[in-house]
Design a protein around this ligand. Structure first.
Ligand code: MET
Ligand code: ZN
Length: 749
């Protein structure tokens, strides 16, 4: 059988591409030098794939910033404000991704959104009134020629017209269907060019098909492809999907004149069922996505072989479930990972060997590979923690129901720690100076002892407490000066996580991150935030709030285990955080906040699966952290940068004593009112990602609007998120105005 992949990471084994792009932005290298590095990373990727034994290589999966942006630019989907810069094509492209200084003002980049249910962010193309869709670039052709010249069997890939349209934002008066004709013409030209270049196949990525297309969506898809496919000439077209199954579109896909269909057997829960129930046409090739392209574990060869044997399909090409973009490049970059761990892991490069191994096994070659692989799955990895699993099994209903009910405990909370109406607080972090950041790095790298670090951090904590008292806030925080980031700070102190040193993945543009790997059962081993929170409490008579990162955010931001469900790992983390919360309580901290900025990031792509596949357990996990808190302890949740109005019922079920949300717009207030939302809400009085602080009058108006909808007794006052990204004067101005506005409104109640 033939082996191929959907796409490969091109950021460079040692982030060469990222460094080159940054150097180009700093003007320390030229455009041609940048191009040279880009060509080198492409060639390195192809060489790796070919050496691993992959038969057929994708090209044009390379991108400086993002493939959807590349596709938009190729078809001239460039907003006027960027055209008017009159930059070179390359600089216009970078301006769209990074923003640019235009005369005296900064022109912001295109807005971003989450790429399906991954941690990758894409730039949202904008279709304006004056946009004239046409083929204007040569990138895919140039890269195809490059690969051809090197003698590779290459398959050009590009995002398809349906996904391009569905993921774009239409800012004009036109309808989505008004763009179809020109788009089809432009793609037909692309077909033509590839035909002239002697490409045999073209891969059109249409992952938007997994987003539960409606009838109108399917009609749009049909309209596009019934006009486009007759123009393919000799070229064969692979319709590639990823990140889920295409249950709504499956029949249509089998009927249209595609030559190949790429389907995801990993995240596509119903992919196999579609094929078994409806059949797969003999005149098409199935590109079977059997290798998980987005998680870091070795493939279970036997499972893959069983699946392949079950499939009633004549022509199969072995492939990945999605592009390998979501994986670090190679385990070879991680020499420090223990020997006991390495055989279980597979980054992009190791996924290639899995693919080739499965192909060899299918052909009856190298049976010893199967034996070795089975050993990985048939024996314990030694990642179990019996105490944790016993505790998990012992959980019963009472562990998910906090007593007494909210109304009663709120009375007791108010008696224990009385707070004024419209209590004012912050979300946790305060602005960090360069010295603050350096201190954390120095400590992490071992250049500071724990005592040195704690002493220096304590000074900052004292200053921060003084500042908060001066401002007149009601509930104070530590300022989070000891945290590098809210996720790794906790992961590193819980047992069960595995960390890498160089295993970078692209999160958006050339920004990279290193998600931890959930290796085993997760447990709390020692207090994490207690010393610092208690130190803060000693400095003030006002209550100090303990701030912890929530279980869903911790589990959602890591590479999950495949031997147990996400629900189990999340429950384990919740139990660990429950221990931390109890430790805080024992030290007289009676307001505890859990941050859940990634609450929605594992939400299934189909709304019909939201409860069954996620909320049913996600709600329980959050309730678990608080179920055994004393009634007098206030349990807060903070969420930010997400949509709330479509999940208000879920948010109310979390049974928090207060929930701070980053939005305060009239639509949200209306929705809260209409839903009879019962949880007290914290309102974001100013946007912590913006440099501009609203005036006191604006904040007063916001508060009044909120009181009109929710009444005065269920509102907390706070910024919309942590203050970490703001500069100190900006943050202090914002807080001072917030306090003044609140005091003014309090007088009118
Ligand atoms: C992205 S949510 C951030 C919450 C965190 N406690 C902070 O204040 O920075
Ligand atoms: Zn936040």
């Amino acid at each position: 059988m033939t082996t191929t992949i959907i796409g490969y990471p091109h950021i460079g084994r040692h982030l060469e591409l990222k460094s080159a792009v940054e150097a180009y932005h700093k003007q320390t290298i030229s455009a041609s030098e940048l191009n040279r590095v880009a060509a080198q990373t492409r060639q390195q990727s192809w060489q790796t794939q070919a050496q691993a034994g992959i038969d057929w290589l994708p090209v044009n999966d390379f991108s400086y910033e993002d493939q959807l942006l590349d596709t938009a630019v190729l078809f001239n989907v460039i907003p006027q404000r960027f055209r008017q810069l009159h930059f070179s094509p390359l600089d216009t492209y970078f301006a769209m991704a990074c923003g640019t200084q235009a005369n005296t003002t900064f022109l912001s980049p295109l807005k971003m959104a989450t790429w399906f249910n991954t941690h990758y962010g894409y730039f949202i193309p904008e279709l304006e009134d004056p946009t004239t869709i046409q083929l204007v670039g040569t990138k895919p052709f140039d890269e195809f020629k490059e690969a051809q010249q090197l003698g590779y069997h290459a398959r050009p890939t590009i995002i398809g017209p349906y996904t391009l349209l569905k993921l774009s934002r239409i800012t004009s008066t036109k309808k989505i269907t008004d763009y179809v004709n020109r788009l089809v013409t432009a793609y037909a030209q692309l077909f033509d060019r590839f035909d002239q270049l002697n490409a045999d196949w073209l891969q059109l990525d249409e992952p938007a098909l997994v987003l539960a297309p409606t009838k109108a969506d399917l009609e749009l898809f049909n309209q596009i492809y019934t006009t486009l496919l007759p123009q393919k000439g000799r070229l064969k077209i692979l319709l590639q999907t990823a990140y889920g199954d295409v249950r709504e579109a499956y029949s249509q896909l089998t009927q249209l004149n595609f030559d190949g269909l790429g389907l995801d057997f990993i995240d596509g829960q119903q992919t196999e069922a579609c094929i078994q129930d409806k059949g797969f046409p003999d005149n098409k090739v199935l590109f079977a996505g059997i290798i998980n392209g987005r998680n870091v574990w070795r493939t279970n060869y036997q499972t893959s072989l069983d699946l392949l044997h079950r499939l009633p399909v004549k022509h199969v090409v072995l492939s990945t479930s999605c592009s390998l973009l979501h994986l670090p490049i190679s385990l070879a970059n991680e020499p420090a990972l223990p020997k006991t761990v390495r055989p279980y892991l597979a980054f992009a490069e190791e996924k290639l060997t899995d693919l080739v191994a499965i192909n060899n096994l299918l052909a009856g070659r190298n049976p010893e590979f199967l034996t070795a692989n089975q050993r990985l799955f048939n024996h314990s990895r030694g990642a179990e923690n019996v105490q944790v699993t016993t505790r998990l099994h012992a959980l019963t209903k009472v562990d998910y129901h906090r007593r007494p009910e909210r109304k009663k405990r709120q009375r007791r909370q108010q008696q224990a720690i009385p707070l004024p109406v419209l209590p004012m607080t912050t979300i946790g972090s305060f602005p960090q100076t360069a010295a603050d950041k350096q201190r954390v790095t120095a400590f992490k790298q071992g250049q500071l002892t724990k005592a040195q670090f704690q002493n220096a951090t304590h000074k900052r904590l004292q200053e921060c407490l003084t500042e908060q008292t001066k401002l007149g806030l009601d509930v104070l925080v530590t300022g989070e000066y000891s945290r590098d980031d809210m996720i790794s700070y906790f992961d590193h102190q819980l047992s069960g996580f595995l960390f890498t040193k160089h295993a970078w993945i692209q999160t958006f543009g050339t920004y990279c991150a290193q998600p931890p790997i959930i290796w085993g059962d997760i447990a709390w081993t020692h207090p994490i935030t207690v010393t610092e929170t208690v130190a803060a409490q000693r400095l003030t008579t006002r209550p100090v709030k303990g701030v912890l990162t929530g279980p869903l955010t911790l589990v959602n931001w890591a590479y999950p285990r495949e031997d147990v469900s996400l629900r189990i790992s999340a429950t384990q983390i919740a139990l660990a955080l429950q221990d931390e919360a109890h430790a805080l309580e024992e030290h007289n901290i009676h307001i505890i906040q859990f941050d859940e900025p990634a609450f929605r990031s594992h939400l299934p792509l189909r709304q019909s699966d939201w409860y069954t596949n996620y909320f049913n357990w996600a709600i329980a996990v959050i309730r678990l952290v608080a179920s055994h808190l004393q009634p007098t302890t206030r349990f807060h949740i903070h969420m930010c940068y997400q949509q709330y109005t479509d999940i208000l019922d879920v948010l109310d079920q979390l049974d928090a004593d207060a929930l701070s949300l980053s939005a305060t717009d009239p639509a949200l207030l209306d929705a809260l009112h209409n839903a009879h939302f019962a949880t007290p809400v914290g309102l974001g009085m100013f946007d912590t990602a913006q440099f501009k602080v609203p005036t006191k009058a604006v904040m007063v108006a916001k508060l009044q609007a909120a009181i009109a909808q929710l009444g005065p007794t269920r509102i907390w006052v706070n910024p919309d998120c942590g203050l970490k990204l703001l500069d100190e004067p900006g943050a202090l101005t914002g807080l001072a105005r917030m306090v003044q506005a609140t005091k003014q409104v309090r007088n009118t109640i």
